[in-house]
Design a protein around this ligand. Structure first.
Ligand code: AKG
Length: 163
């Protein structure tokens, strides 16, 4: 971040098709192979949001996993706007474990929403959600158990690998 290495306050893993190369916060993610369980979840989610995927003409080829171990883990305000996601990505976000607050704010103006993402809930972000809005998972002083979040994405094909 800004030319310095900063530890993220959460654990992460990135799983996807080998060509689904994805960089964020200035670092390319190591692509781990799909497990049978993740493939099963992907299949169910693709069925769940089939209409939205068809409209966008994409399917999910990657998932970013975040583990929030305690309330001291979180994710700051950001939008998922890396070029490899395209301008209007479809992102399906599945929450497991403890409930955590998920905040959304408009990039202009003062509109803001706070949701509680419950275990087993599916949040679908699409359209201009990554253009006009930012989102975050605020840290909390409350005693909360671990939460795991899976965001399924479509990563567009990149050019050839650079040395
Ligand atoms: O944990 C969450 O619900 C949010 C994850 C997120 O914002 C992201 O992966 O970009």
């Amino acid at each position: 971040m800004f030319g310095k290495w900063v530890l993220q306050p959460r654990l992460t893993a990135y799983v996807g098709d080998p060509e689904a190369r994805y960089s964020y916060s200035g670092a390319e993610q190591r692509v781990l192979p799909w497990t049978p369980e993740l493939l099963q979840i992907r299949k169910q989610l693709e069925h769940e949001v089939a209409e939205r995927l068809a409209l966008a003409g994409v399917s999910f080829n990657a998932v970013l996993l975040n583990a929030y171990r305690t309330g001291e883990d979180g994710m700051g305000w950001h939008q998922d706007n890396e070029p490899e996601l395209g301008t209007v990505p479809v992102i399906a976000s599945l929450s497991l474990g403890a409930s955590r607050r998920f905040s959304i704010r408009a990039k202009t103006g003062t509109a803001r929403w706070d949701l509680s993402l419950e275990p087993g809930s599916l949040l679908l972000m699409h359209g201009r959600s990554q253009v006009d809005f930012q989102h975050s998972v605020p840290k909390t002083r409350l005693a909360v158990a671990q939460r795991i979040n899976l965001t399924f994405r479509h990563i567009k094909a990149q050019g050839p690998l650079r040395a």
